[in-house]
Design a protein around this ligand. Structure first.
Ligand SMILES: [Zn+2]
Length: 411
């Protein structure tokens, strides 16, 4: 069999692109690395690494500096780093009570971040898109001129079809079937696709990449503001399901005689462990918001029996639901974000006891429950990660252009 010359060329180009991707991914995730570390981590030869780094440096996407000798014989290996202010992404977040915009550079460096409070409750798509556009323009005006936006990611507190950024349902915003990705692309003047994902899924990604669960392959992230969201990392990959709707753990039915849920069903897990449940049980109006939660926690600290009982009840339901999830997914870590992270110090024993009672012994002994570390910005940073994915998967698209990094922003 003969191999045609252009076939060979195509194959070597495929290999080159895959190798570039491996190098850029290592540098993005781990920060500056020496050439020898890159050899160790990617399995590529020194010659290949040198050539590809040369391409990245020529495209102004990376730079190389001298490293201090480490007391080992021979010349010190230069440190390679991605230039953080060259290829950047725009990360947006629509949360229950705030909107945020951030510019994140290669290597996960946060260059700009602005978060503004918004009143809770139903808000039109037009208003939120307009507010996010204003905020983005303000943030982008402060960017260095060499920075090129190469991706846009959005975190939204809603159920999202990942393939096209359709928000099929966002009860906290009052949205049904909103083509959010397209609406934002139009408003921002973005030439490429805008990646939209659920806030829980993105929070999970961020905690695994840079937060409480670094390096863990099987992680369950659960977070609560008003509703309860979650993200599941199974064998190192996000579990999204057939349409990207997966991971809606807040709507696992747990109580057939429970309260009505915002999703239209009855007795979902979030009706027992969400903010409204906590406030109601502590004798506060269920819509009291973050301020009322602060008061409940202060009261509990001061030894109030009603606040203590309310937290205990939420803790039991939290453990009850977690036991089922632990049995199904056998996670190494359960990371608690938002409201759960805040109440965890008060309910640690209750949750652990409930898990002891209900989870199977095998997965129970393997799992640890920890509070999230990225706290308020987890989902925003997750949306930056989402926006970086195309350049990490195929950096050659950006490297190949001698003139400039192609920008997505056309307006
Ligand atoms: Zn529900």
């Amino acid at each position: 069999m003969t191999v045609r010359r252009d076939d060979l060329g195509q194959r070597s180009e495929t290999v080159r692109r895959a190798n570039l991707s491996a190098i850029v991914r290592e540098l993005h995730i781990n920060g500056p690395l020496s050439r020898s570390e890159l050899v160790g981590r990617t399995g590529l030869t020194r010659t290949t690494i040198r050539a590809l780094i040369g391409e990245l440096v020529a495209a102004d996407l990376a730079s190389e500096g001298r490293a201090a000798p480490l007391g080992t014989p021979g010349r010190p290996s230069p440190l390679v780093r991605l230039n953080p202010d060259r290829a950047v992404v725009l990360a947006l977040e629509i949360a229950v009570d705030s909107l945020a915009v951030s510019v994140v550079g290669a290597g996960g460096v946060v260059i700009q971040l602005e978060r503004v409070d918004r009143p809770r409750g139903h808000t039109s798509v037009e208003d939120i898109v307009a507010d996010l556009t204003d905020l983005s323009e303000r943030v982008l005006a402060r960017l260095p001129t060499r920075a090129a936006i190469i991706g846009v990611g959005v975190s939204v507190v809603g159920v999202v079809r990942r393939t096209d950024g359709l928000v099929s349902m966002a009860p906290n915003l009052g949205w049904r079937d909103v083509p959010l990705g397209g609406r934002l692309a139009d408003a921002l003047g973005i030439a490429g696709p805008v990646a939209v994902a659920n806030d829980g899924d993105l929070g999970a990604l961020a905690e695994v990449r840079r937060g409480a669960a670094i390096g863990a392959d099987d992680v369950l992230f659960i977070s609560s503001e008003v509703g309860v969201g979650g993200g599941l990392i199974v064998d190192g990959k996000p579990l999204t399901g057939a349409g990207g709707y997966g991971g809606e753990i807040g709507h696992i039915p747990v109580n057939p005689n429970g309260s009505a849920c915002q999703c239209g069903s009855v007795g979902c897990w979030e009706t027992e462990v969400g903010e409204r449940a906590l406030l109601q049980r502590a004798g506060y109006p269920p819509d009291g918001g973050r301020g009322a939660v602060d008061e409940v926690l202060l009261e509990a600290e001061a030894g109030s029996p009603s606040a203590g009982a309310a937290l205990h009840s939420v803790g039991r339901w939290l453990g009850f639901g977690l036991a089922g999830l632990v049995n199904v997914f056998n996670p190494r870590l359960v990371v608690l974000g938002g409201l759960f992270g805040r109440i965890y110090p008060f309910v640690t024993e209750t949750v652990e006891r409930e898990l002891d009672r209900r989870a199977l012994p095998g997965p129970r002994t393997l799992v640890r429950i920890v509070p999230a570390t990225l706290v308020v910005d987890a989902s925003l940073l997750g949306s930056a990660k989402l926006a970086f994915e195309p350049i990490l998967a195929d950096p050659a698209v950006w490297v190949g252009r001698r003139d400039a990094v192609p920008e997505l922003l056309t307006a």
